[in-house]
Design a protein around this ligand. Structure first.
Ligand SMILES: Nc1ncnc2c1ncn2[C@@H]1O[C@H](COP(=O)(O)OP(=O)(O)OP(=O)(O)O)[C@@H](O)[C@H]1O
Length: 596
């Protein structure tokens, strides 16, 4: 049968059902499913605990049911004056209430423990993923945004990841069990009790889309607010010294206002949905109450059955409400999971496992080679074009050139943080063995980046960051090479003296010398200094560089600089300008030194 005939024979009712299902599944819905699949990959680690949680929940719900059936019989016993059975009923009621309370307390304890565990699990995983993410891809996210996803979004996911499934299962069990108890006594009552279900189902599609959109906007706005906050606190000195604090206060309030507006819109939507649900619930409640009174009036049911009906109807509606109220939490979690997955799915750095082979050649040093390299951060805007570069063991090689022309980009290429579009950036051992720069070659480098990179803690802690088992003597030795010992020696606790975040408490030049000492302690065969001596006086700068070369004759040093004093120490000078890296001859390089 050909395709056309097949379609003709298809029942139109089924066809429209197919269309409905596919529409239901498209876009938002399939995204939600994917996000939850990801969340389940974490919850699955706690299968046993979740199953225990569900069983306890079902017990607790069953006890509630037993207690309300017992209260029906109690009313019937009292109204029928059959006091002989009264004690049994009282015992059943009290027993089931106590059990129910005990179960729900254990459930609360388990769910708190699990949500902390899952939060820690996700955070630890994401931390590792971020650390191993491709530099350029991660660079697109601001620190505030990453921090917000790391804390806020993971918090939202973990608080729901465990409880969501048990809550649904327990609510559905509660719903079904209650429904059958009511049905056992009167099926019309059961139908009335279920009255709101079809309307709710029809509304859910509209609600889900809208709720998810709001949740997404609130999370995005929260990230933007946090980006602003992180940046403002990080640059507090600049803000204060420019006297622009009032402007930033105003900006802060503007961001807060935007966050407030979107949060209130979301809240209004939730209120409207709530009002609608409550009205629906009240209508059903009155219908059930009216029906009960009618049946009582016609003597079809006892007082006990009426109490049971009304109690169970409210139980049914609370089971329904707990399923409905989990929808926002479910959607918020899916939005947060989506935001976390964006970080998880960032491309990983390139790791070439064979790089470990190069460790054998550390003693003789390495040559850094670049050939025919092209690189752009943004497609169409070249930063490096058809360029070559060499730095051999025992050499100090300088990268010079006007600001913003690509010196730091060269350092990033050498470190393998970014990869060239064409050409190769390689590490070459003395025997000719070569390997492309990648994450695994990075341990062969000691890098002093631009800016202050000192962390809060003692000077020794800062140093041991790159060599955990370094002795105090080794630390002092490295500080001496970097001309930092002169001032560290005079500190009250010397290497155990504490410094603040970003080296607070030290001068810019002192912080630079400690950063250099840290790189020296690392004792890697290749040293990269990116404007790392800019805050030092000329004499200290020359002493530091000479000490480094003297320390290890096979070290390869690559420096970016704007200082002639450094150029005179270099064996080779490359100019980075107009996207080209060009080696300067002696005459050009001395002219350049004079032009600075
Ligand atoms: N993460 C990035 N994304 C996009 N473009 C970038 C990025 N980093 C740098 N660039 C661009 O690449 C070019 C070279 O920047 P780079 O930092 O390498 O210059 P530089 O020579 O080290 O400057 P300076 O001497 O001022 O430190 C600049 O035009 C800059 O705008």
């Amino acid at each position: 049968m050909d395709e056309e005939n097949k379609n003709e024979n298809k029942n139109p009712a089924f066809e429209s059902l197919d269309v409905l299902i596919s529409r239901w599944k498209d876009g938002t819905f399939s995204e939600i499913i994917d996000d939850w699949k990801w969340i389940f990959s974490y919850s699955a680690r706690y299968k046993g605990a979740i199953a225990f949680y569900v069983i306890l929940g079902i017990f607790s719900t069953s006890m509630g049911l037993v207690s309300s059936i017992a209260s029906k019989y109690m009313i019937d016993i009292i109204t029928g004056y059959e006091t002989s059975k009264l004690w049994v009923m009282i015992l059943i009621m009290v027993g089931s209430t106590v059990f129910s309370l005990a179960f729900s307390s254990i459930i609360s304890r388990i769910s708190t423990k699990l949500s902390i565990d899952i939060n820690n699990d996700i955070q630890a995983d994401i931390f590792d993923k971020i650390v191993d993410a491709d530099w350029l891809s991660l660079n697109k996210y601001s620190n505030g945004d990453i921090l917000n996803r790391f804390n806020g979004d993971i918090g939202t996911v973990s608080s729901n990841a465990i409880s969501w499934l048990p809550t649904i299962i327990i609510a559905v069990y509660n719903f079904v069990a209650t429904f059958f108890v009511i049905m056992h006594y009167d099926w019309i009552m059961a139908v009335i009790a279920l009255g709101s279900a079809p309307v709710m189902l029809l509304m859910s599609r509209f609600m889900i889309k809208k709720q998810r959109d709001y949740s997404k906007k609130v999370r995005e706005m929260s990230s933007q607010l946090m980006t602003f906050e992180v940046e403002a606190f990080y640059n507090f000195d600049t803000i204060k010294s420019f006297g622009v604090a009032p402007h930033y206060s105003k900006k802060m309030r503007w961001w807060q206002g935007k966050f407030r507006d979107i949060s209130l819109k979301y809240n209004l939507f939730s209120i409207k949905t709530n009002i609608f649900m409550s009205i629906l619930g009240t209508v059903v409640q009155f219908a059930a109450f009216g029906y009960c009174l009618f049946r009582l009036w016609t003597n079809d049911i006892t007082y006990g059955t009426m109490t049971l009906f009304l109690q169970q109807r409210s139980n049914l509606s609370s089971a329904f409400n707990s399923v409905v109220s989990i929808i926002p939490a479910f959607l918020n979690s899916s939005v947060s999971a989506h935001r976390i997955r964006e970080l998880v799915e960032l491309p990983k750095e390139v790791h070439i496992p064979e790089s470990g082979e190069m460790d054998k050649y550390i003693d003789k040093g390495f040559e850094v080679r670049m050939d025919d390299v092209n690189f752009s951060y943004v497609e169409g805007t070249r930063v490096i074009t058809d360029s070559a570069f060499r730095a051999k063991p025992g050499e100090i090689v300088a990268l010079v050139g006007p600001s913003g022309e690509g010196k730091t980009t060269m350092i990033r290429l050498i470190l393998g943080l970014i990869r060239p579009e064409d050409g190769g950036v390689k590490l070459r051992a003395s025997g000719g063995q070569e390997i492309e720069m990648n994450a695994e070659t990075r341990h062969l480098f000691a890098y002093v980046p631009q800016g202050n990179t000192i962390l809060s803690g003692t000077i020794a802690e800062n140093m041991r960051m790159v060599k955990e088992d370094a002795t105090d003597e080794e630390i002092v030795e490295a500080l001496k090479v970097a001309c930092a010992w002169d001032f560290v020696e005079k500190l009250p606790q010397q290497i155990n003296n504490s410094v603040g975040e970003r080296g607070r408490g030290l001068s810019e030049g002192q912080a630079q010398r400690i950063a250099i000492a840290r790189a020296v302690l690392r004792d890697a065969p290749i040293l990269l200094l990116d404007e790392a001596t800019s805050a030092l006086d000329v004499t200290t700068e020359r002493t530091v560089l000479r000490n480094i070369v003297k320390q290890h004759p096979n070290k390869t040093c690559i420096v970016t600089t704007h200082r002639p004093s450094v150029l005179n120490l270099c064996q080779r000078v490359y100019r980075v300008m107009e996207t080209h890296v060009t080696e300067l001859n002696e005459e050009e390089s001395s002219r350049m030194a004079m032009d600075f």
